[in-house]
Design a protein around this ligand. Structure first.
Ligand code: FES
Length: 279
């Protein structure tokens, strides 16, 4: 299981736990608190009771004195006919309301954050960087890259963030790329490689230098030969490259989802420099 998969699973689990926690907090009914108005309520209840008793006596006397003029119902006070409310219903205080509102908002934020993170990290299943990209006809690419004077002009593919360079297939055995899917070939002497443009030191974009026949990073001066092998500077390894192959139509396919990292080459496959440096 890859690190990304584990991270995604962990993120989902964390989001679910956070949502469950927030729901539990927001819906929690703690022990019945002492109402700050309990004392007042008891006194008010006693007063109400006394008042009701006095009114009952008055109403009874009125009915007795003038049975046609009034009834007990007519004399009852609507305020005294209120419904009984349980203490739990009564005790939803402003503080509780605010706490639950904040808990709910925090939960919504967590869910949105989790969904956005997943969307950002989810592997792109369509085309684009991170997937196999068809660059073009193998033969046409070679014709563009290889120059009549024997030099090469790397071909840049922005969509794949890669430099396409030629590679003599006879050089692969014993090199840093031995038995790796780093070279695509149609059986001819020269195949093609796809170097990631990102410098392995601190990630700057590395331009090609036609005069030296290599790649020279403008940030801290790391230099690589035409095959992306480390030559100079602070870079810790060769340039990274992508897995390549030919499809049935004879086109070069660069799989930008498969990055090949290699150590500094002990056996160099290209003579460098072949002219003035650019950096
Ligand atoms: S980023 Fe390229 S040498 Fe530092």
């Amino acid at each position: 299981m890859s690190g990304t998969t584990i991270f995604v699973i962990g993120l989902i689990a964390a989001a679910l736990l956070a949502v469950a926690g927030v729901v539990a907090i927001a819906g929690r009914r703690g022990p019945a608190p002492q109402s700050p108005t309990a004392k007042f309520d008891r006194r008010a209840a006693r007063k109400d009771k006394a008042r009701r008793g006095a009114e009952d006596v008055t109403a009874a006397k009125l009915v007795e004195d003038a049975p046609d003029m009034a009834t007990v119902a007519d004399l009852s006070d609507p305020l005294l006919e209120r419904e009984e409310v349980s203490f739990t219903e009564y005790s939803v205080t402003r503080r509780k309301f605010l706490n639950r509102s904040l808990g709910g908002l925090f939960g919504i934020f967590l869910v949105q954050f989790s969904v956005a993170s997943l969307a950002f990290m989810w592997p792109r299943l369509g085309s684009g960087f991170g997937t196999p990209i068809v660059v073009g006809s193998f033969a046409e690419l070679k014709a563009m890259i290889e120059q009549p004077d024997g030099t090469a002009i790397p071909f840049f593919v922005a969509k794949a963030q890669t430099w396409i360079v030629p590679f003599e297939t006879s050089e692969q055995a014993g090199s840093s790329f031995n038995e790796l899917p780093a070279v695509a070939s149609d059986g001819s002497a020269v195949g093609l490689m796809a170097l990631w443009q990102k410098c392995v030191h601190l990630g700057c974009r590395v331009p090609s230098c036609v005069s030296s026949q290599g790649f020279e990073c403008p940030c801290h001066g790391s230099k690589y030969n035409l095959h992306g092998e480390y030559e100079q500077g602070p870079a810790p390894r060769n340039m990274d490259r992508f897995a390549v192959e030919l499809n049935d139509a004879g086109e070069l396919v660069v799989d930008t989802g498969v990055v090949i990292e290699t150590n500094r080459s002990t056996k160099k496959t290209f003579k460098y420099p072949q002219g003035p440096f650019c950096v």
